[in-house]
Design a protein around this ligand. Structure first.
Ligand SMILES: [Ca+2]
Ligand SMILES: [Ca+2]
Length: 208
């Protein structure tokens, strides 16, 4: 009986390892401060439009702390931020045509065990990191931190979903490293843009 349970445990572990291929668990890391430590990343602050090719659905934008509505601003964050919870239990982040991100970073306050982040990898994998797993990385008391996740070599995250079955998952300053896979039409646009610049330069020269 015991050996059957053990086998079951091993095969479940193997299955979850396979399903987790797109998240590089060795790189999960909390950093201090409200923003990503990765200079090359682009950030969605929820105070202005998100970076090009990054799209959000769901969630609510709020400012400050509202105890009656069960949300608490991340530490030192007086700007607009995103919440998911009872009203809006999911927010999905998707990326432009044929793109994904190799990295996702986010600032959070007092993460709860009913919060989670799901990553859909370009290899078809689905990996969920729970609030409990993130809490386990937080040293000492629960507080605000910046959480960093990288995709395993060669894969990207096609979409990322934030979930919270109860109030609230509070988060701000999402950072991405959107992979650049220029498509034929992008090259065509680049080339026509360059030739337009060339034309304008020639006209300026002709006038001047
Ligand atoms: Ca903000
Ligand atoms: Ca919370």
């Amino acid at each position: 009986m015991r050996s059957i349970q053990l086998l079951l445990a091993i095969s479940l572990a193997a299955a979850s390892t396979l399903a987790s291929a797109a998240v590089d668990f060795s790189t999960l890391k909390l950093t201090s401060g409200q923003f990503t430590p990765w200079q090359v990343a682009q950030t969605a602050t929820f105070d202005s439009a998100p970076p090009a090719d990054v799209y959000y659905t769901g969630g609510e934008l709020v400012t400050g702390t509202a105890p009656d509505q069960h949300y608490t601003a991340p530490d030192y964050d007086h700007t607009q931020y995103l919440i998911v919870g009872a009203n809006e239990p999911t927010s999905r982040i998707t990326f432009g045509y044929h793109q994904g991100t190799t990295y996702f970073g986010f600032y959070f306050s007092t993460i709860d065990d009913y919060n989670s982040v799901t990553f859909h990898g370009s290899d078809g994998s689905l990996t969920t990191i729970t609030g409990q797993q993130i809490q386990d990385l937080v040293p000492g008391s629960r507080a605000s931190y910046y959480f960093n996740v990288f995709a395993t070599g060669g894969t990207t995250f096609d979409w990322i979903e934030l979930r919270s079955t109860s109030d609230s998952f509070e988060t701000d300053n999402h950072a991405f490293i959107v992979s650049e896979v220029p498509e034929a039409e992008t090259y065509a646009m680049l080339l026509s843009g360059l030739s337009l610049l060339g034309t304008m330069a020639r006209r300026r020269r002709a006038r001047g």
